[in-house]
Structure formats: structure tokens, C-alpha cells
Design a binder for this molecule. Structure first.
Ligand code: GLU
Length: 522
């Protein structure tokens, strides 16, 4: 590669970030890191009518959570600042003017009413939505149809106008896409897109080209939905005289619904009960809240890992990758052309694998925050020190013991809460049907024996239970479920004697007695 690798993620901050957007970030990031390049975050907010408060901050928070930190951005700064297009407004106009001067663009003075009339007047069965293009531009009010004097007078009077690209009538625009190979478009299919709006703001098409040029972007990776815009961008690169500096393109495959029928949308997630956004997003207008992968209980490492494998693999069967392994293995030519079906069960599998493999220390903060949010005694809802009131060693031991059973961080609540606090409810309904005096006697005996035991270790506790059971002619199997419910409240959790060992003598005996008394009063 001859020029320095510089890639960009260029979102328009209009709402929560779809997992496809985060995958675009990831592929940009991996490519930059692999080639010792720069990863730039540029905010494309030129469409003021689509401004959504909080959306930009959300993007920064998502990237921070995923650990995909830009080298240059509106918050990180950099040599090509500002990185927010609304702050670069003055930059774009000269390029629009240049395009008018060189005959590749023109001023259009049509009012919204005139545009509407055009759509009605030229509507036919074959052409249900006529566009402002080579066929119609000569019927409209613009600098191609008006005399030079008229145009000058309109401009001098400050008449609202836009600048439109003049698409050539009969050309084929061809470029090489790193994933798709050679891609061609015929210019007659493309309309005369607006480049500069009446308020002096550029549209996306002009701003993206100007900024990719000024910011020395070497590779532009973006979602497949931008493929139809590529011919406009490529012509702009050419008309502005920058073809030699044009970035290499890659249009990333769509992420599809689980059944493969079309693009995965937020609505599919709502309908099928899984997240599609990276983090929780609350629409500031409607107040509608959309769940994110983070809040659903995904580890960022797992989220990044599963996104990487949506449309890419390294050519082997390996599925679990750390970010460093991804950087080493990633290459754009292994990204698939076809869409990648999203499979939530598989996403859960990734998370489970990551929880299983993580050291308790790595999980401690996230587990503590989860337990705090669930109101578990001893944990406080104060990020960074959620476990301040809890014995660290105990916390790590519990995580080690139960992590194999957890798919999502939220699973740590039922699996771990009873280690820190007496359960608030006991599922005695599951004990009752097979409960009798013999069993009642047995547990009274067991509590007594435990009371006088000197060593408090799982193996001894189990031995004691078995001895008493044998003496009373009871099968240990029948006693395990009641004991489990006594200690944890329900039919879940790791080995029951491990639990007893960890919660200690006092809590074990107290919980046995508590449930015996509930059963007695039922
Ligand atoms: N602003 C566009 C978006 O919202 C960027 C597309 C591109 O990367 O060119 O996705």
C-alpha cells in the first residue's frame, strides 16, 4: 500500500446504533490497526432536519463500550479538525461553485411547489415517480434553461436555490470494490442529486467526498445500502480533479433477518425479542426505549467477536477471537459478498463462551453492576465501585463457581444473589408434595449436626448428610432438592454443598430452620 492507511466511520447521528453500524466501525478499526493506520470518526450531521439530541453522545459511548477508540474524532481531536460536518459548513460551498464553473453542476431555482408539479405532470405508468434528471432538467428552472442574465439577477436577489450535479447522459461509471470486484453503473439511471442545499449546507453526497479528500482517507468502507450512491461520489471525485486520490471502496454485506428475508431492522428485534442496537436507546421524541446488547447482558468482547463473524471468517473453523487475534487475521478479501443472516441463538453462544473463558477478576465489575442494578444486598448502584460493600474474595469465588451457568450477565442475578443475601422467597411448593415427618426430623438432625461440625467444607458436609440419611433409612437423592431450595430459594445454582461451604455455617443453618418453619406453618 503506497499511502498511509486512513479509514473513517461517518455516521449521521439520528438514533441508536444498529449492530450493522457497529460492524462497519469494527471492520474499519481492524483494517486500520492491521495496517498501522488511523481510524477516524467523522460526524455527518449536515441534515439539520434530522438532528436528534443525544444521538452523537450515544455513538461515542457505544464505541467506548466496544473498545473501538478512534484516533481522530470530534472528542479526540486531530490534525484535520473539525470532525463534525456542521462545523465545516464554510468548506463545502467553494467546491459546489467549482463544479458549477466547470459545467458539472448547475443552480436550480425550482420552488417546492414547482418540484411537486413536475412529479405530477410527468408521472406515467412506466415512470410513477419522475426524478430531476437528464430527461427533465431542461424543463425546469435552472442555470441550464435560464439565460445568464436571468441567473445573475436571481442570484443577486438572493433567490433560494440549490446546486445539483449534472449527471452525464450516457456513461458507464466503473470502479473496483474490494469485496465485490468490478462494479458498473450506467449514468442514465442516476438523478441530478442536490449537492448544496438552499440553506448553504452541503448534502451528504458533496460533504462525504470533500471530507474524504481533505482528510486523506485511503479506504472507504460502508454498508451495502450506500452502493447506489457510489457512482455520484466517483463522478464527484473525478469532476473535482481528485481521481488520483480517490479511496479504495468496500461495500459491506447487509445483516439479514434470521430467516434471510431482507435487512435486519430494529422492528425485527422488537418482534422476535432480541436487541438490534448496541446499547439502550430512548427516542427523545416518543420516549420509546429500545434495548441494547450491553443492557441485555452481553460482554463487549463477545459483541465485537460475534459482529466480526457476521460476513467474515478467517478461512478456518475458529469462531472465538480476541480483538488482537481479529486484527491479525482480518482481511477485506475474506468478507463475503452476500448478506449475513443474524442468529440470536448464536449470539448468545458467543456470550456464554466469553463468560466461561473470562477470569473472575475480568467479570467482577460488570457482575457487581448487574447485581447492584437488581438490588442485591451489599451492592451499590455506583459504577466503578458497585462491589465496595462486598468481600472481594467471596465475589471472585462465587463468579468462578457460577459463570459456567451464565449466558448473559443478567443470569448472575439468580445464580449468585443467594450467596450474598438470604433469599426473599423459597419455592416450598416444590418441596411440599413429598414432605413428611421423617424428612422434617432429618433436617432437624442435619441442622444439629452442622451446628457442631468443626470443619466447614463441602465434602464433609456431604458426608454428614449421607450418614444421617443412612441412619434414618432415607435416600440422599430425596433430600437434595429440599436442601437446595432451603439454601438458594429455588431449583437452580451450582453444587449444593459448595453453596453451603461458601455461605458458611451460620447462614446454612439459619436458612434450613427458616424453611422448616415455613413448611410447618403451611
Ligand atoms: N453518513 C453516512 C451514514 O450515515 C455515511 C456513509 C459513508 O460512509 O459514506 O452512514
Amino acid at each position: 500500500m503506497d499511502k498511509k492507511v486512513r479509514v473513517r466511520f461517518a455516521p449521521s447521528p439520528t438514533g441508536g446504533l444498529h449492530l450493522g453500524g457497529v460492524r462497519t466501525v469494527l471492520f474499519n478499526y481492524l483494517f486500520a490497526k492491521k495496517h498501522g493506520g488511523d481510524f477516524i470518526l467523522r460526524i455527518e450531521d449536515t441534515d439539520q432536519s434530522r438532528f436528534v439530541p443525544g444521538a452523537e453522545e450515544y455513538i461515542f459511548n457505544t464505541l467506548a463500550w466496544c473498545g473501538l477508540i478512534p484516533d481522530e474524532s470530534p472528542v479526540h481531536g486531530g490534525p484535520y479538525a473539525p470532525y463534525r460536518q456542521s462545523e465545516r459548513k464554510a468548506t463545502y460551498k467553494q467546491y459546489a461553485e467549482q463544479l458549477v464553473q466547470t459545467g458539472h453542476a448547475y443552480y436550480a431555482f425550482d420552488t417546492p411547489e414547482e418540484l411537486e408539479q413536475m412529479r405530477v405532470q410527468y408521472k406515467t405508468e412506466e415512470n410513477p415517480s419522475p426524478q430531476y434528471n437528464h430527461a427533465l432538467r431542461m424543463k425546469m428552472r435552472n442555470s441550464l434553461t435560464l439565460s445568464a442574465d436571468e441567473v445573475a439577477a436571481l442570484l443577486a436577489a438572493g433567490t433560494p436555490h440549490v446546486v445539483r450535479i449534472k449527471m452525464p447522459l450516457d456513461e458507464t461509471v466503473t470502479f473496483t470494490d474490494m469485496i465485490r470486484g468490478e462494479v458498473s453503473f450506467h449514468t442514465s439511471q442516476v438523478d441530478d442529486k442536490v449537492l448544496l442545499k438552499a440553506d448553504g449546507m452541503p448534502t451528504y453526497h458533496l460533504a462525504v467526498v470533500v471530507d474524504d479528500y481533505l482528510m486523506k482517507i485511503s479506504h472507504a468502507f460502508r454498508g451495502e445500502e450506500w452502493l447506489p450512491s457510489a457512482p455520484v461520489h466517483i463522478l464527484l471525485w473525478k469532476y473535482l480533479g481528485w481521481s488520483a486520490d480517490m479511496p479504495q471502496w468496500a461495500h459491506l454485506p447487509l445483516i439479514l433477518k434470521p430467516d434471510g428475508n431482507g435487512k435486519l431492522s430494529k422492528r425485527d428485534g422488537d418482534r422476535l425479542g432480541f436487541p438490534v442496537f448496541a446499547m439502550d436507546w430512548t427516542d427523545p421524541k416518543s420516549g420509546e426505549k429500545t434495548i441494547g446488547f450491553k443492557e441485555r447482558g452481553f460482554l463487549p468482547e463477545a459483541f465485537v467477536n460475534l459482529l466480526a463473524l457476521l460476513g467474515w471468517n478467517d478461512g478456518t473453523d475458529q469462531e472465538i477471537f480476541t480483538i488482537d487475534e481479529l486484527i491479525r487475521a482480518f482481511s477485506m478479501d475474506r468478507v463475503h459478498k452476500g448478506g449475513a443472516k443474524f442468529n440470536y441463538e448464536k449470539a448468545l453462544w458467543y456470550n456464554q463462551e466469553w463468560i466461561k473463558r473470562a477470569a473472575p477478576e475480568q467479570l467482577a465489575d460488570q457482575v457487581s453492576e448487574t447485581l447492584a442494578a437488581a438490588g442485591v444486598q451489599g451492592f451499590v448502584t455506583d459504577a466503578g465501585s458497585a462491589s465496595a460493600g462486598v468481600d472481594r474474595e467471596l465475589l471472585l469465588r462465587v463468579i468462578q463457581l457460577v459463570k459456567e451457568r451464565c449466558t448473559l450477565l443478567a443470569d448472575f442475578v439468580p445464580q449468585a444473589a443467594f450467596f450474598f443475601a438470604t433469599p426473599s422467597e423459597f419455592d416450598t411448593a416444590s418441596i411440599q408434595p413429598k414432605w413428611n415427618d421423617t424428612k422434617n426430623m432429618f433436617f432437624i438432625e442435619l441442622a444439629k449436626a452442622y451446628e457442631s461440625s468443626v470443619v466447614w467444607e463441602a465434602t464433609d458436609l456431604e458426608k454428614t448428610l449421607k450418614e444421617i440419611a443412612a441412619a434414618q433409612d432415607l435416600k440422599p437423592g430425596e433430600l437434595m432438592l429440599p436442601l437446595r431450595i432451603m439454601l438458594v430459594g429455588g431449583k437452580f445454582g451450582p453444587g449444593v454443598f459448595d453453596i453451603a461451604e461458601i455461605i458458611g455455617k451460620e447462614a446454612t443453618i439459619e436458612r434450613i430452620k427458616k424453611v422448616l418453619s415455613i413448611l410447618e406453618h403451611n
